[in-house]
Structure formats: C-alpha cells, structure tokens
Design a protein around this ligand. Structure first.
Ligand code: 2P0
Length: 364
C-alpha cells in the first residue's frame, strides 16, 4: 500500500495585495491503455495496474490567464473551441476547488481558460486524459514559477501525475511520454496507485516508435460515461478475476515489450480490449459501446494479419473507435490496407494517424 505523499501546503498562498497576473499554456496528449484500468476505489485508486502508450497527435492545448479574483475566492471562465462552455467550466472550477489544500492560491485567482482538442471529445479517445493532465501541468507550473518550488523534474512530474489522477484516473499516465504504468505492480518497483511511472528505458526499440491509427467509427458522444462504467464494476460478478488477470497481463506484456515479442503483445492487448468490453456487457445494467463497424474492422484486421503475417493488431478504449497498433516499419503496408479495406467503415471524420509521443509540452 502506498502512503499518500503529503502535498498539502498552506504556504502556497500570495500575500494580500501581492497577487500576480500572468498567462501560461501547455499541450498534453491523450494515451491509449494496453492493459486497461476499469474499476476504482475512493479516491481515484485503481482496482488494478494499467499501462499505456502516450500519444503524439491527439492532444489538448490549454491556455490559462490568471489575475487577482475580485470576489476573494476562485473565479473562472472556460472557453472550449472558442465558445464559453458551462459544463467544462463547472467541472474545472470544482476540480480546482477540490485542490484548495494542495494549491491554496487557486482561491485568490480569477482564471480564464481557453482549451481545444485535436480530436473529438467524449468519443472514447480519452479526452479526460489530455484535458485533465494539461490542467495538472499548468497548476504545477504555476506553483513552480510563482513559488519557486518543484525545481526537480522528477518531483514536478510526480506531483503533476498525482494531481492529474484526481481529475481523471487515466490522466495520471499522460504526464509522461512513451510507455507509462499507473497502479502498483510488484513487477516494477516505484509504481504506485497514486501516480504514473514512466517505463521507457526498458523496452525494445520496436515499441518506442509504435503507431496507433485511430479509426473513427463513430465520433458522437457515448451513452455511458467512464465514471458510470467504473462504478458498475463494483457489482460485476467477474470483477475479482478481472483485476487479478490485469496484474498477470501487465507482467507478461512488459516482458514481451522488453523482448520485442510482437506475437505476445498482440495476444495480450487484443484480449485486454475485448475483456474491457466484456466487462461492460456483463455489468448490471449492461451496456455496449462497440458498433457493427467496430466488429467489421476487427474482423478485417484478423484476416489481414493472417494473410500477410504482419504484426497489426487492435485495441479499444471506452468507445466504438478502433486503435490499430503496428510497428513504424510497416506503415506503408498498413496505409494501403486502410485505403483498400477499412475506409468504408469510418465516420466522415476518418482516422487519426497517431503514434507514441513524448508527453506534455510547454508552449507559453
Ligand atoms: C484506461 N479507460 O485505462 C481505461 C480503459 C477507458 C478504457 O480510464 O473516472 O476517464 O476519470 O478516472 O480515466 C477511462 O476512464 O475515468 C479509462 P475517471 P477515465 O484508459
């Protein structure tokens, strides 16, 4: 069991009459889990460890302007894609408010937040991962700049990941580039239920440039949120076995990724995707996020792999879109496969040609 790092700090407050104004902006990517997080305990503690690739082109870009709050408590305006957005405004204000013990300065400021995504939100492309991790980076960067703390990058990232997790579990993994574990596993020391842990130094070169083409089957808002989905695991009769299996899968997957063993990588990641959706189908009430075209694409991937022997596989997030995973060396063959066999199953938004990325970036 990890003990909670003590991030409560009453000193992170401005003296009266000395409240600054300023602006900063960060870009933070989404991530795709290979071993899935599905089921949690309070407060945002995962029921099993998960591991993900941080993406490159699917990101949120957020600019925060801050100035002294005239009311003497937190004020916020939130603009998404240039439009004031009351849902995101309330969610973000509540999130900031919940962090008052960690960042007491939030109550002294007015925030004007402008955010946009490079991909459709609420379509199961983990928009909460990029959206919450970018806010965590900004809050920690504000602390670093305005209070001269968090000078060490390890401390900075760890705190950002801890904060991101409180916003959305999967966001804890987006604070780092490459392959990231969130959740304590005995096979990697340093892992924690409280923050993500980057794994990059240990994996085979083939996985450092892995491709993820996100095939957008349906980019509409999904009917069951991940929050509700996680909650339904509390009464799912298969949950206990599933949590145990995730530990085993993570251990075996890591070894395969160290060895460059794509066959084992494919077997485990595809099984994880189908198990995630099986958990949805066996919850009460049950629900289904895959669409007919999700299955059409999966079938085509199976056949293509059998026919060509190429290591192309799929995973799914909490939505109908298919993440097609493959090594960079076979990009041209996969492009042809998409054009020949898959485009007819896609929504008008088509696909996002993504790949493993380096993690958040400061842009202002
Ligand atoms: C994951 N997903 O590991 C899993 C697999 C979706 C499918 O974590 O309630 O938005 O904010 O902690 O992180 C999506 O759930 O849930 C998710 P909260 P989150 O990526």
């Amino acid at each position: 069991m990890n003990s909670e790092p003590d991030y409560h700090n009453t000193a992170l407050k401005f003296a009266d009459g000395d409240i600054p104004s300023g602006k900063m902006a960060w870009r933070s990517p989404s991530n795709i889990a290979l071993v899935k997080y599905w089921g949690k305990k309070p407060v945002q503690i995962p029921q099993n460890p998960s591991i993900s690739f941080t993406l490159s082109k699917s990101y949120s870009e957020t600019e925060v302007s801050y100035s002294p709050a005239v009311s003497g408590s937190l004020e916020m305006e939130f603009y998404f894609d240039g439009q004031r957005n009351s849902v995101f405004e309330e969610k973000t204000a509540n999130f900031f408010q919940s962090l008052s013990d960690v960042f007491p300065f939030v109550n002294q400021l007015k925030f004007i937040i402008r955010s946009q995504n490079t991909f459709p939100h609420s379509a199961g492309i983990a928009s909460s991962a990029s959206g919450m991790s970018v806010l965590a980076m900004i809050l920690c960067d504000m602390e670093r700049q305005l209070f001269s703390t968090l000078k060490n990058d390890v401390d900075f990232r760890r705190k950002a990941s801890f904060i991101a997790r409180l916003g959305s579990g999967s966001a804890s993994r987006s604070v780092y580039g490459g392959l990231v574990i969130w959740g304590e596993t005995e096979v990697v020391s340093g892992t924690s239920d409280l923050y993500g842990f980057p794994m990059n130094e240990e994996i085979h070169e083939i996985f450092t440039r892995y491709q993820d083409t996100i095939l957008l089957v349906d980019a509409g808002e999904k009917k069951v949120s991940s929050r509700v989905g996680h909650g339904l695991m509390n009464s799912n009769p298969y949950a206990g076995e599933r949590f145990k299996q995730a530990h085993e899968n993570l251990s075996e997957l890591l070894q395969a990724m160290r060895d460059g063993d794509t066959a084992t990588f494919i077997r485990i990641t595809e099984s994880e995707a189908l198990t995630l959706h099986a958990m949805m189908m066996t919850s009460q009430p049950y629900f289904l996020l895959m669409k007919p075209n999700t299955l059409q694409i999966i079938e085509r991937i199976f056949t293509f792999r059998e026919k060509t022997g190429l290591p192309v596989s799929f995973t799914l997030d909490a939505g109908p879109n298919v993440h097609m995973l493959y090594p960079a060396a076979i990009k041209a063959e996969v492009k042809q496969f998409i054009e020949d066999e898959l485009v007819s199953f896609l929504s008008p938004l088509g696909f996002i040609d993504d790949e493993v990325g380096k993690g958040p970036e400061k842009i202002l």
